[in-house]
Design a protein around this ligand. Structure first.
Ligand code: TAP
Length: 516
């Protein structure tokens, strides 16, 4: 990775008319111009007083660039631009044209997918091959999927009681909410943006988004593509900065009517309170998880090992639906642990841009340090550390060893709290005691995802019936799709991303009654 030069005002990226200050990232045999300013009303602009935040490369802990840090008044400018666009130019765009614009944007993302994946990999530490397939691939899928909905958003005619001798016609219309604020985390930066924004824009809203401060670069590159696609100014605005300032200003802004949030349960509560107190914004919250994965001895063992591994180590554990706890039937427990450790020994850890790498650096320092403490706490509380548990020795960057704990008991801190890192926690259970393992799997305030491995269909369906989680995987894990609704129960939040249900998060229903 090399930073070639700093772009000055007036420079433009190849073939586009959009001007920005930024830098050229030389990585992956590419030279990629990347904006580092706010994107408001179709233009890249400095934050007030030219405030910036350092952006650190997690692979080498060096300064990658400085990115604009939005203040309350920058957020106000973005919200005003979105408001004006909603009541102005965006209204002139028909539903079908909206779909076409989104498809054009998706095509541009596809054309630039290697650049976007390279940026994502350098900025967030995601392994390049995964970034290409998931972080960027699923982002493009989300835009295409929601583009298809644009001209299929429709209401109903409803047979109400007639006011005889007259007749009555009652029908509903689905309307956009107006200006939407979006706030997203750092684990899949562009994908979290896309999951929310694609549904929001397809429904006819305008928006401003504050991406996570540790990796905002794909959002800014994406902003450049929205100009190339031809979105009217103000429809999409990007305000990079701090959650405590720009984020909080979004929560409180009186022109914003809906807040789509993905992040921690703790901040989710702040979001909901601020939405209520400001102007009673509608909100949807995708929050933390501690998803249970139950592996019965009658499973396809090879599959259970493969998916058991990816349920924890996918995207270095920075995966909201990661299995936070594995319950493995006693008859296969020891063999399962042996196989996982064997596979971990050959897992290639290193530069996320290398095609052979399977495990990159954690996203940022605070998170990395939290994982060290998490593992120390596990050892103190008496769980058995079988593998890893520490940073990779003698290396720069936030590289944490994939970790396995066994003998994890329900009362332990590590059994209850989310790690959001590459830490597998295994507990044994007796195969005759299905009820008790179900109870233990449900004994959590989270309810995001879950999984079960068994060849017994009745057992699998009983699990799906009784588990308190928004997503259930049977004999597979991490199998999400843009057409399938995604979101949690209990303190994992409410309101779905993806699928038809996500559209409703960004729509309101108007009921019209006519007497004739
Ligand atoms: P948070 O600390 O909650 O941050 C999420 C976003 O909220 C960031 O953009 C953050 O900005 C912003 N924020 C922080 N304080 C704010 C405030 N007072 N007002 C408004 N916005 C504020 O979470 P995180 O540490 O980035 O992400 C990890 C958590 O997200 C985990 O718990 C994980 O489970 C959850 N997560 C859930 C899902 C789903 S789909 N359920 C998906 C991914 C992640 P800064 O970047 O400036 O802090």
């Amino acid at each position: 990775v090399e930073i070639v030069k700093t772009l000055r005002e007036g420079s433009s990226s190849e073939g586009s008319k959009v001007h920005f200050d930024g830098f050229v990232l030389k990585a992956n045999k590419k030279e990629i111009p990347i904006p580092t300013q706010l994107f408001i009303n179709g233009q890249f602009v400095d934050a007030e007083q030219r405030r910036v935040l350092d952006n650190i490369n997690p692979t080498n802990e060096e300064l990658l660039c400085r990115v604009a840090c939005a203040s309350r008044s920058d957020v106000d400018k973005a919200a005003t631009a979105a408001h004006n666009a909603f009541y102005g130019a965006w209204r002139q765009v028909s539903a079908r044209q909206r779909g076409q614009l989104i498809l054009k944007l998706a095509d541009l993302m596809e054309q630039h997918k290697e650049e976007l994946a390279t940026i994502e990999s350098v900025d967030s530490g995601a392994v390049y091959t995964l970034a290409l397939k998931t972080h960027i691939g699923m982002s493009i899928d989300a835009w295409r999927y929601f583009a298809g909905w644009c001209d299929k958003i429709q209401g109903n005619t409803i047979p109400v009681n007639p006011a005889r001798p007259n007749n009555v016609l009652t029908f509903t219309k689905k309307e956009p909410l107006g200006v939407v604020g979006l706030i997203t985390p750092w684990n899949y930066p562009l994908m979290m943006l896309s999951w929310k924004m694609a549904a929001c824009i397809a429904a006819g809203n305008t928006c401003l988004i504050k991406p996570a401060q540790t990796c905002p670069l794909t959002a800014l590159k994406f902003a450049e593509l929205t100009v190339k696609a031809g979105f009217p100014p103000g429809v999409i605005n990007i305000v990079t900065g701090k959650g405590s300032e720009a984020g909080q200003a979004i929560l409180e802004h009186p022109l914003i009517r809906k807040l789509g949030f993905t992040g921690s349960t703790e901040i989710g509560k702040t979001v909901m309170r601020a939405c209520a107190e400001s102007n009673l914004k509608k909100c949807s919250l995708e929050l933390g998880g501690k998803s249970p994965l139950v592996i019965f001895a009658d499973c396809d063992f090879e599959k259970a090992v493969k998916y058991g591994m990816s349920s924890v180590f996918f995207n270095k554990g920075e995966n909201c639906i990661a299995a936070g706890r594995l319950f493995v039937e006693d008859r296969i427990h020891d063999e399962f642990v042996r196989r996982v450790v064997k596979d971990l020994r050959s897992m290639v850890i290193g530069d996320p841009l290398q095609r052979s790498t399977a495990h990159g650096p954690q996203n940022h320092r605070a998170h990395f340090e939290k994982l060290i403490e998490f593992c120390e706490r596990g050892v103190q509380d008496g769980a058995t550390l079988v593998y890893g548990g520490k940073p990779v020795p003698n290396t720069k960057g936030y590289f944490f060893q994939p970790t396995v704990f066994t003998n994890v008991e329900d009362h332990m801190f590590i059994a209850q709290e989310e790690s959001f890192g590459p830490i597998m926690l295994i507990t044994k259970f007796h195969g005759s005691d299905i009820e008790s393992v179900m109870r233990r799997a449900n004994r959590s305030e989270y309810g995001l995802a879950s999984g079960v491995f068994t060849k017994d269909i009745a057992k699998a369906l009983a699990f799906a019936d009784n588990i308190e989680a928004g997503t259930v995987f049977v004999n597979v894990y991490n199998k999400t799709d843009v057409a399938a609704p995604f979101g949690g129960f209990k303190q994992s939040g409410f309101g779905k991303d993806l699928g038809q249900e996500a559209l409703n998060e960004y729509l309101k229903t108007k009921c019209v009654t006519i007497e004739y």
